[in-house]
Structures are given as structure tokens and as C-alpha cells.
Design a protein around this ligand. Structure first.
Ligand code: MN
Length: 129
């Protein structure tokens, strides 16, 4: 699936590096942000096809970022995949309720991660046709 832009929003260096590696091997173009503010600053100008959103960021929680994106007509329809730590019970439900299109648990399972990204990107393409 060439020419798809994915924005990784993650403050943990190792998670960021792993996710970036997996996505680049798959042929996606990867943009990165380690803070909510950094993400918000580049989303409107880059309009990624998919955003991978960590639930816990240093400056704002991921759910707040999702709410801001869903309230903005320019960013409302961007596919968002939540990344949450397994230990954070309730985060998954909260992220989906806030408008995420899917969810991945950390630590990342490589195959599950790839399958979920592919599925979300292809289902979005189908609904737009
Ligand atoms: Mn985090």
C-alpha cells in the first residue's frame, strides 16, 4: 500500500522506533510527534491517512487530542488508531468512545499491528469510493 502517510504520536522512544520500523518496512511514509502539541501542529498541514495515537502523552492525554481532531472539520475524518498500555484498563473503551477507529495494545504485537493498520487503511478507502 504505497503513498500512505502515517503519523506516529508516541513519547516512548523504544515504542516509537519499533512502530516506525514496522511501518517503513511495510512501505508507509512515517511522520512522528512525541507530544500532543507537536502532533496538532503538523496534522492540519500534512493530513495523514492514519494517526497512531498514544493514550498517554506528556503534555495532554491522547483522548483530548482525538476530541480536538474530531471537532475540526479539516481533521474530523482522519482514521485514528489508539495505542494503549495493557495495564491501563478502561483506556481502550475510552479511546474508542472518544472517536478512535481502532485500538492496539502495547507492547506491540508486530503481526497484529500490521494487520490492524492495513485493515483500517483499506476500509477507509472503500468507504470513500
Ligand atoms: Mn506515552
Amino acid at each position: 500500500m504505497p503513498n500512505k502517510k502515517i503519523l506516529l504520536v508516541e513519547d516512548d522512544f523504544m515504542n516509537m522506533r519499533l512502530a516506525q520500523h514496522i511501518l517503513e518496512v511495510e512501505g508507509y511514509t512515517v511522520l512522528k510527534a512525541a507530544t500532543a502539541q507537536g502532533a496538532l501542529e503538523q496534522i492540519e498541514s500534512t493530513l495523514p491517512d492514519l494517526i497512531l495515537m498514544d493514550a498517554q502523552l506528556p503534555d495532554m492525554d491522547g483522548m483530548t487530542v482525538v476530541r480536538i481532531l474530531r471537532e475540526n472539520a479539516i481533521t474530523r475524518d482522519i482514521t485514528i488508531l489508539a495505542l494503549t498500555a495493557c495495564a491501563m484498563k478502561g483506556d481502550r473503551e475510552r479511546m474508542l468512545h472518544m472517536g478512535c477507529d481502532g485500538h492496539i495494545s502495547k507492547p506491540i504485537d508486530v503481526q497484529d499491528f500490521i494487520d490492524t493498520v492495513r485493515r483500517l487503511l483499506s476500509s477507509k478507502t472503500e468507504t470513500k469510493k
